[in-house]
Design a protein around this ligand. Structure first.
Ligand code: DAH
Length: 357
């Protein structure tokens, strides 16, 4: 019988240097398989002299275990080498940007709202919001626009089916209903602005069926027309970044304010070039007035004790003026090229100290 030690040396040497899983399996079969070399030796034990049989049997069993252990160890090592190679081959650089060309930016509407909120926030206003679907009462009646009032026709309202209780509903045509909702629930003093979406059935180069307004409301016992003027003058100068921007308060009419004023800012159109600032021309940018006593009364606020002012303006309009955006329609097109041109850097948040403009 072949010397067990020599066989061990040969087999374990071959196992330790097996190049891959296939070669290792061949070795296992040739040593431990049904016709393997160790198996054959075990089968031949019967021919061994009886006094050596036990000792040889034990030696072969040990050899079998040792070869099996060597195969297992080698297999683990080969598996780990194979895994390393596979991982290396399938390596992905997760730090690479997935789509380097699509960099996000802040939409001019969002930017303008951030700027408004910053300026009015500095003056002590907080932001209020209300629903886009309004009852006819909040959108019109409570604002002193009764059912047959001509102002209802002027607004190109989107009417909706009434709710379960039969209450007529509309898509709000302005942010003014949030004045009512606020005055119904908050005890004055009140100082809010309401940026938000508004809807009118109107669509051309300067009108969109969905657009944005910002409403302002101040209610206390002493605020008067002079405060309205000061507040809106400060706002316009800060927003447009023109310290001596001239403002003109022109008498006007709104059902929910008395007296009412429309506000124009100074501009010039010399040589076909439009410029905001001192000039010989005016441009209307907002509506305002002292809150009508009847509106206060509708909200349960005593008009002999409280008073205040309100204003409203179109956000697209002031954004177009400030940033020189000529057409309204691309605001809603989600066109990346337009966004790249007119969008704002994501982290350049407007602040009073860091600058609005
Ligand atoms: N709600 C008006 C509109 O949509 C704008 C407006 C004018 C709001 C005067 C006001 C205001 O609060 O006082 O045209």
């Amino acid at each position: 019988m072949q010397d067990v030690d020599t066989l061990r040396e040969e087999l374990i040497g071959a196992v330790d240097t097996a190049a891959d899983a296939g070669a290792l399996e061949d070795l296992r079969v040739s040593a431990l398989g049904r016709k393997g070399r160790i198996t054959e030796l075990m089968k031949g034990l019967g021919a061994v002299e009886p006094d050596k049989r036990r000792e040889t049997g034990q030696a072969l069993n040990r050899l079998k275990d040792e070869v099996q252990a060597a195969i297992d160890t080698r297999k683990t090592a080969l598996d780990s080498v194979a895994l390393d190679a596979k991982l290396l081959e399938e390596r992905i650089d997760v730090t690479l940007p997935a789509r380097p060309e699509a960099r996000g930016s802040v939409h001019p509407i969002t930017q303008t709202i951030d700027e408004l909120v910053t300026i009015f926030g500095e003056m002590g206003f907080t932001v209020a919001e209300g629903p886009h679907i309004e009852s006819d009462y909040y959108n019109f009646t409570a604002l002193n626009i009764p059912p047959e009032h001509p102002a209802r026709q002027e607004q190109d309202t989107f009417y909706l089916p009434p709710d379960e209780s039969g209450t007529p509903r509309v898509l709000r045509t302005h942010t003014s209903p949030v004045q009512i909702r606020t005055m119904e629930t908050v005890t004055p003093p009140i100082r809010i602005i309401v940026p938000g979406r508004t809807f009118r059935s109107d669509h051309d180069a300067t009108h969109s069926p969905m657009f944005h307004q910002v409403e302002g409301l101040v209610i206390d016992k002493t605020s008067h027309m002079g405060h309205l003027k000061g507040c809106l003058t400060d706002f316009c100068r800060a927003f447009f970044g023109v310290d001596d921007l001239p403002l003109r308060f022109r008498p006007s009419y709104f059902p929910f304010t008395e007296p009412s004023a429309e506000v124009d800012i100074g501009c010039s159109r010399k040589g076909g070039e439009f410029r905001i600032g001192a000039g010989d021309d005016w441009l209307e940018i907002l509506g305002s007035g002292m809150v009508h006593p009847r509106v206060l009364a509708h909200c349960g606020i005593d008009p002999t004790e409280y008073q205040g002012f309100a204003f409203g303006m179109g956000i697209e309009r002031i954004a177009m003026l400030k940033y020189g955006i000529p057409d309204l329609r691309p605001f809603y097109d989600s066109d990346l090229r337009w966004m790249r041109h007119y969008g704002f850097m994501p982290l350049s948040v407007p602040t009073i100290s860091g600058g609005i403009n």
